[in-house]
Every structure is written in structure tokens, then in C-alpha cells.
Design a binder for this molecule. Structure first.
Ligand code: NDP
Length: 588
């Protein structure tokens, strides 16, 4: 299969054409970006994640059924996780290894899994190689079934981790943390939930994920639609049926063509009577080089095989002496030019593949992305493009404008009504919000979002001064990796080491010093905005929909290797970075 499809393209494509060609492509990229910025100067506020009133149905858990009644909880634990996805599971595993017994996961869903609990749309899978993406494979003695794992396998793996580390015992599901307030006298966090709980915890870890809260585009008349509708992360299998046979006689519309839609569209195209795909900006679709895990390969892996892979992922990219010399002799402008040309070459190969696969010329043209690779999450799928050859599948390209109107029958674009029975929103999620659903107040009573209003201030993206014993995972000012579990693993190990340090020294709390925090803010500033890549990109969530950002209000761009080094440095010199409290407690 893989041989027939060829290899994914990547950024190693060699630029082979004239500079004039690349310059003209770059001009086209800029035109397409400007068009979108003109349509949506409001940036991030084009979306809403305030899903209340008529929009509340888009956030209801379609998987768990009714909320199981229980008495409010009024107790104290040592470590409390807000969220039960990979961040919490990984960190809990490391905490167990250092002897922490009292661990509670508080989770909005009815089980652990986070992203993999919520995202169960047909075709859901991870496009990071499974042997790297699925964490704790050594510990669970598990080898994924295929090179890329599907959603159900990943969700089952999350549950297996929770069982292995006995995390179900104290977990509270179908529960949303609404406030987390530090009590300086008690040196404890007080946690309130939407179930009337009042829990206390010595340590709180915000493990609420980077793409947690579903969002909708603010489209005029959205709430007037009379047919059925849902968000992809709340798939309504009662309506579609698990095998999608419920769509056999239905006209289906899907809004959005990001990574989620790319995986859902092939199944929908095969099942629906008619499918309308409403596109604003096409994704880049590369080959998905998948295969079943070879049992002989799996047998020979040996103990610690995944840890060794992870170690390699954290290593600094190595260059030969010749490569180093060549790099040194090249001007910064020339380096950027070469990288850009290689990137455009890769995008032209993506275009070429579309021409080969999609039969209708106008549809093929409309499916071509005009931006640098990596401006948006690159997608990998072998069935997405061929789906547009089906007679029942229609691409409605809105040329960057997007659907701006929906009425009781369905979307309207350029005066044309698209009458649909069901409308599926593949419009994504709010990105990297610390304390989603949860108001966090620190030692001085200050809401953490108010602290960050004048610019994000953290140490390593994990601690924020004035919020003792609070750890944020996957937040701003941390490194950002294509493989999310690389970051979760590095941060989880680090957080467990911090908690272990506090416990072993008999302290009650640790808090980043103002000096340490300032050091990190400056590190982040130094590494951001070195190139204009982000500004030149078409708008999307990677560049805050084209909104201006202070340099400190993003991720740490010094590289994952360097980020891990900093985690280790801080761990090795805790006294230099934190203030510790060791005082008699007023209550326990
Ligand atoms: P995205 O935010 O990536 O995509 C939202 C889509 O909605 C975009 O195509 C956007 O267009 C489109 N859109 C918004 N408003 C309108 C409108 N009015 N009319 C038409 N289209 C509109 O969300 P996804 O859920 O697709 O993906 C989110 C992230 O989840 C991914 O980027 C990835 O990180 C992760 N993911 C990972 C997977 C994996 O395999 N590892 C699989 C699936 C998701 P525009 O591009 O113009 O903004």
C-alpha cells in the first residue's frame, strides 16, 4: 500500500525552478492571506466558544447520556488534575513512581481520554506515528496495532493507563471545575465544581489540553436552522447511527475543512445521500504512509524501546562538519530564501497530487492550498481527495470568505441556498486557554487571566508567580511540538520532580520567584518574531487568526531540545528559581 502511494512530501523537497517562479507563488500566497484578512479583520473574535442559550446544545456530551447523580464531594487530596487527558495521565504515572498516592482527576467527560474522549467522529485518528504518540508504551507493555493509531485504540489506551495507575479510584467525572482559589494560610487550593463540590488540594495541575472547548464561527442566522446540527467533537451517533447508515437518505453539510473535516469527510461522502463540503481555506493533504505493525519488528523491540525513541526526539538535530561549514557561509537572508523555496516546492507537490487525483478541474483548483506548508496543521489522508470524485459529494468553495449566512433550510452562499438535513460544524476549538471553564485566583486574589492581560508571564510556561503549587500543562510560553505527547511527557516528568522535591523537603509550597519569571519571559521574547513566517501566513489558529500578538503571548520558539534543557536546568537548581514555604499549617 505504502509503496503504491509513495512517500509523504515533507520539507526536504528540492527547489528546482527559477526564482521568478517562487516569487510569483509567494505573491499569490500574500494575496490569498490579504483576502482573508480583509474578510475577517476581527481575528479571533470571528468565533464564539460561549456555547450558552440556543448554542448550549453544541457542547452537550452525546456519549455519556444523563449525568449520574452523586453527593457533593468535600475532601482533601494531595494532587488534583483539572482534566483527564494525556497530560493528566502521563503526569499521574510519574507521580505514582515517586510515591504520590492521593491523586484525583476531575474531568468534564464521563471517562478519561480528553481529546480522545470527545473526538469520536467517523475516521478519527492521529497523524503522528503511533509508536511516538501513544505514551507509556514501555510501562504498559503495549505496541500499537498500526503505524498510525485510530481514535478508539487511543481512547482505550488512555483507559488502560488509568487502570494501570489506579486513577479511577479518586476520579470524578461529569464534573467541571469552576474555580480554583489559593488559601495562603492553609497553603491549599480550594476547588469548586459545577456539581457543588468543595475539594481541597495541595497541588493543582491544569491539564485541560490545548484544544478543549468547541468553538463555532459567528454566522448570521446559525441558530435559526431547523434541521439537525452538531459539532464534530460531540458527534451524534444516535442520529447518524454508528455505521453512518442513518445518513443514507440525508443531505449533509459540513462547515470547515481543517484536520478534523479531512478525516470525517471520506466516511460522510460514502454514507450520505448528498454531501456538501463548505470550504473557506483548503488544508494541505499529503500521503498517509500507514501499515499494520509488523509482529516480527514488535517482538524484537526489547524493554525500554519507546523511552529510547523519545530520547532521540529530544536530541539536538545533528549536522555534519560540512553542513555546518555550508551553513556558516550562507547569509541569513539566503537561508530564509532557500527554506521558503523548499517549502513552496513541497506545496507544489501537494498541488500536483490534487491534479492527479481529483478529476473535475475546477474542484481540483479549489482544493489547492495557497500558503506555506505549516501555516496550518498539515493533513495526511489517502481518501479525502478521491472523495471529491464521488457524484454525491460537492465542494462549495467560498474563496476565503466562508459561510456568512445560515437560514432555517441551511447555508446560503452568494445568494444560493444549500438545503440540508444535517449540518456538521468542523470549526475547531478555542486554543491554549489556561483555566478553561475555571477561574483561577492566586495568593493575592488575582485572576490569572487578569495577570496575563498585560502580557503572559510564566516560568517555563508551567508556573506563574503568585500561584503557588499550580502547574499549567500545554500552555503559552511552553514549547510547542507537532507531537503533543512529547511536550506532555517532558512537562509531566518535570512537574512530578517539582512535587517530589517539595514533599521530600517537607515544604508546603513552591512559587516561582519574580526573577525566575522575568528570565523566562525574556527568553520567550528573544526567540519569538525572529522571522516573518507567522505574519505572512494565511490566518488560522497557528497565528491567532492574523491578530497582532505581543512577543511574549505565544509559545517558546527556542526549540524542543532547548526547552527540555531549561526544564532540566531549573530542576537541578530549584532554590535559584523558587520560593518555598515551610510553615506550620492552620488546618489540614
Ligand atoms: P480547525 O480550527 O483546524 O479548522 C476549522 C475549520 O473551519 C477551518 O477549515 C476554517 O477555515 C473553517 N471555518 C471556520 N469558519 C468557517 C465558515 N464560516 N465557513 C466555512 N469554513 C469555516 O479545526 P479542526 O477541528 O479541523 O482541527 C483542530 C486541530 O485539532 C487541528 O489543527 C489539529 O491540531 C487537531 N487535530 C489533529 C488531528 C491529528 O491527526 N493529530 C486530527 C484532527 C484534529 P479557515 O482555514 O479559513 O480558517
Amino acid at each position: 500500500m505504502a509503496e503504491k502511494l509513495g512517500k509523504p512530501i515533507g520539507l526536504t523537497a528540492k527547489p528546482t525552478r527559477s526564482q521568478e517562479f517562487y516569487d510569483s507563488v509567494k505573491r499569490k500566497f500574500a494575496e490569498e492571506r490579504d483576502l482573508r484578512l480583509k474578510y475577517r479583520p476581527q481575528g479571533l473574535s470571528q468565533y464564539t466558544s460561549e456555547l450558552t442559550g440556543a448554542l448550549a446544545k453544541y457542547e452537550v456530551d452525546t456519549y455519556a447520556g444523563a449525568v449520574t447523580p452523586r453527593e457533593p464531594i468535600n475532601d482533601t487530596v494531595e494532587c488534583l488534575f483539572v482534566g483527564g487527558g494525556f497530560s493528566a495521565l502521563l503526569t499521574s504515572a510519574r507521580l505514582r513512581e515517586v510515591g504520590v498516592e492521593s491523586i484525583r482527576i476531575v474531568e468534564r467527560g464521563a471517562d478519561v481520554g480528553g481529546t480522545w474522549y470527545w473526538n469520536r467522529y467517523p475516521g478519527v485518528a492521529c497523524d503522528v506515528v503511533a509508536y511516538d504518540y501513544l505514551p507509556l508504551l514501555d510501562e504498559l507493555d503495549y505496541v500499537p496495532k498500526d503505524h498510525y493509531a485510530g481514535g478508539p485504540e487511543i481512547f482505550a489506551h488512555c483507559q488502560a493507563i488509568a487502570r494501570k495507575y489506579d486513577l479511577y479510584k479518586l476520579a470524578t467525572f461529569q464534573t467541571t471545575v469552576t474555580s480554583t482559589v489559593w488559601d495562603e494560610a492553609e497553603q491549599m487550593w480550594h476547588i469548586a465544581t459545577d456539581r457543588g463540590d468543595h475539594m481541597k488540594a495541595r497541588f493543582v495541575i491544569c491539564a485541560n489540553g490545548i484544544l478543549t472547548k468547541p468553538k463555532l464561527a459567528k454566522i448570521k442566522g446559525l441558530e435559526t436552522f431547523k434541521g439537525h446540527s452538531f459539532h464534530t467533537s460531540r458527534w451524534d451517533y444516535a442520529y447518524t447511527k454508528p455505521d453512518l447508515s442513518g445518513l443514507e437518505d440525508k443531505v449533509v453539510g459540513i462547515i470547515g475543512t481543517g484536520a478534523t473535516a479531512v478525516q470525517a469527510v471520506p466516511g460522510l461522502g460514502a454514507a450520505a445521500k448528498e454531501l456538501y463540503v463548505f470550504q473557506r481555506t483548503p488544508s494541505s493533504i499529503d500521503i498517509r504512509d500507514d501499515w499494520p505493525t509488523d509482529p516480527n519488528w514488535a517482538r524484537k523491540l526489547g524493554p525500554g524501546w519507546q523511552a529510547r525513541r523519545r530520547e532521540r526526539a529530544r536530541m539536538e538535530p545533528q549536522m555534519t562538519e560540512e553542513q555546518k561549514a555550508r551553513q556558516a557561509a550562507t547569509s541569513p537572508e539566503e537561508k530564509i530564501r532557500r527554506q521558503e523555496n523548499a517549502n513552496m516546492e513541497a506545496m507544489m507537490k501537494i498541488h500536483h497530487r490534487i491534479d492527479q487525483v481529483v478529476k473535475d478541474k475546477a474542484t481540483a483548483e479549489a482544493l489547492k492550498p495557497w500558503y506555506m506548508l505549516m501555516c496550518k496543521r498539515p493533513c495526511f489522508h489517502n481518501d479525502y481527495l478521491p472523495t471529491f470524485n464521488r457524484p454525491n459529494v460537492h465542494l462549495i468553495d467560498t474563496h476565503g470568505k466562508g459561510i456568512t449566512e445560515i437560514n432555517e433550510k441551511g447555508p446560503v452562499f452568494e445568494g444560493k441556498q444549500y438545503e440540508v438535513d444535517v449540518l456538521i460544524y468542523a470549526t475547531g476549538f478555542e486554543v491554549q486557554k489556561t483555566g478553561t471553564y475555571n477561574q483561577i485566583k492566586g495568593a493575592n486574589g488575582l485572576d490569572i487571566n487578569d495577570k496575563h492581560r498585560e502580557g503572559v508571564r510564566t516560568l517555563l510556561g508551567i508556573h506563574s508567580q503568585g500561584y503557588p503549587n499550580l502547574f499549567v500543562m500545554g500552555g503559552l510560553q511552553a514549547s510547542f511540538q507537532f507531537n503533543f505527547t512529547d511536550i506532555a511527557e517532558a512537562q509531566g516528568e518535570y512537574i512530578a520532580a517539582c512535587i517530589d522535591y517539595v514533599r521530600r523537603h517537607g515544604y508546603q509550597s513552591l512559587d516561582a520567584t519574580p526573577k525566575a519569571e522575568e528570565w523566562w519571559v525574556q527568553e520567550v521574547i528573544e526567540h519569538r518574531g525572529k522571522t516573518t513566517f507567522n505574519q505572512e501566513c494565511t490566518p488560522g489558529y497557528y497565528n491567532f487568526e492574523g491578530e497582532f500578538q505581543r512577543r511574549q503571548d505565544g509559545n517558546y520558539n527556542g526549540g524542543f531540545f532547548q526547552y527540555c534543557n531549561h526544564l532540566n536546568e531549573v530542576r537541578a537548581r530549584m532554590d535559584a528559581h523558587f520560593a518555598f514555604t515551610n510553615k506550620p499549617l492552620t488546618s489540614e
